[in-house]
Ligand binder design. Structure first.
Ligand code: 5GP
Length: 118
């Protein structure tokens, strides 16, 4: 089994209203806001409010609620930012590039001939 959820993470603080975010969507189970260091214009993050560290410890019932919101916001971002495509990605544990330990999905608008910033 993996590491336990630690609510002392930056997205936990955002979810508790302790630090601000540019919110783009919220419902009873889900919050979405703009990434503070966007990989492209319109890069946003979608989080279940439930305390999961990442996809490895998440309850499938939590995933079943957040994924339709990821889809909704991917569609909205494609329209709003006139993207040619959308990358949806998420990272699990440091070796995979995770830096904030509350489950989140990246929705990244993509443009023909424009690779992501390193
Ligand atoms: P990951 O854990 O998915 O590798 O990276 C966390 C993501 O959260 C990064 O894209 C980073 O720019 C974003 N991020 C980190 N701290 C904050 C913050 O305080 N506010 C917002 N809106 N995004 C953040």
């Amino acid at each position: 089994s993996g590491q336990a959820y630690d609510s002392n993470n930056i997205f936990g603080k955002i979810l508790r209203g302790e630090i601000p975010c540019h919110r783009v969507y919220e419902d009873a189970d889900t919050l979405a806001f703009m990434d503070v260091m966007p990989q492209s214009p319109g890069h946003l993050l979608v989080l279940p409010k439930a305390p999961s560290r990442n996809i490895l410890d998440a309850d499938p019932a939590v995933l079943s609620k957040v994924i339709p919101v990821v889809q909704k916001l991917a569609r909205a971002a494609r329209q709003a930012f006139e993207a040619d495509g959308i990358t949806v990605i998420q990272f699990n544990e440091p070796a995979a590039g995770q830096t904030v330990y509350h489950l989140h999905f990246h929705v990244v608008p993509r443009y023909e001939g424009q690779p992501l910033k390193p």
